[in-house]
Design a protein around this ligand. Structure first.
Ligand code: DGI
Ligand code: FE
Ligand code: FE
Length: 195
């Protein structure tokens, strides 16, 4: 699918502000794909659809999780975590997008997971650093993204966990698995922390 067609589809489902965020994520994903030699078409398509289901009714998302092969433990966590996994299922059902790499990049864009592919890291990171974001610490992650995508993803997941813990929010296991595994990659595979 061409990106113009994809934008035409998501436009119908997203309010203007979210559409603008989506377009900035797509631009950022394109830059990262160039920098890290990833498939730019896939990165852009995944970025365009990453928040496709952000505004679906909760009941519809819940039904999708129950009826599909998505992990059922999502239902025990904040509904904010549902839109990525649900979009991964519905882009196939509603628009015939079957590509496994694109599906996974969309599915895990909010939490990350252990052993993310380059494409998954690109969408995860682009969503975090797109120019409209102003979380504390985002500048540091943007600078890291210029040099080392693993370090940038590590820092983004660390910031997210710290933010959620400060608010006393439950944290989905994949969010921790992403952080732990990125830590190991930075340490050259060692399970022991840096000295
Ligand atoms: O959809 P976006 O707003 O562009 O961004 P997103 O999909 O990355 O994140 C949506 C929200 O999910 C954001 O406020 C952070 C939150 N979040 C990320 N990981 C977890 C989480 N919330 C909980 N409760 N647990 C998590 O593990
Ligand atoms: Fe999202
Ligand atoms: Fe997003």
């Amino acid at each position: 699918m061409k990106c113009e067609e994809a934008i035409g589809i998501v436009k119908k489902y997203l309010p203007e502000k979210r559409l603008q965020h989506t377009l900035r994520v797509a631009d950022t994903a394109a830059l990262l794909a160039d920098k890290y030699f990833a498939d730019k078409e896939k990165a852009v398509l995944a970025a365009i659809f990453h928040d496709y289901c952000k505004y679906r009714p909760l009941e519809e998302m819940k039904r999708c999780i129950i009826e599909s092969d998505l992990p059922k433990d999502l239902l025990e966590y904040h509904p904010e975590l549902w839109h990525g996994p649900v979009a991964a299922v519905l882009i196939a059902r509603e628009h015939g997008i079957q590509d496994r790499e694109i599906r996974l990049a969309i599915q895990y864009h909010t939490t990350g997971r252990a052993h993310m592919s380059l494409l998954e890291m690109i969408v995860f990171l682009a969503d975090y650093i797109e120019p409209g974001r102003n979380f504390p610490g985002v500048e540091e992650v943007r600078a890291m993204a210029e040099k080392d995508i693993i370090q940038a993803c590590y820092q983004a997941s660390k910031n997210t966990i710290q933010h959620l813990m400060r608010k006393g929010e439950p944290i989905y296991p994949d969010t921790f698995y992403a952080y732990n595994e990125l830590t190991k990659r930075l340490n050259g595979g060692s399970v022991f922390g840096r000295k």
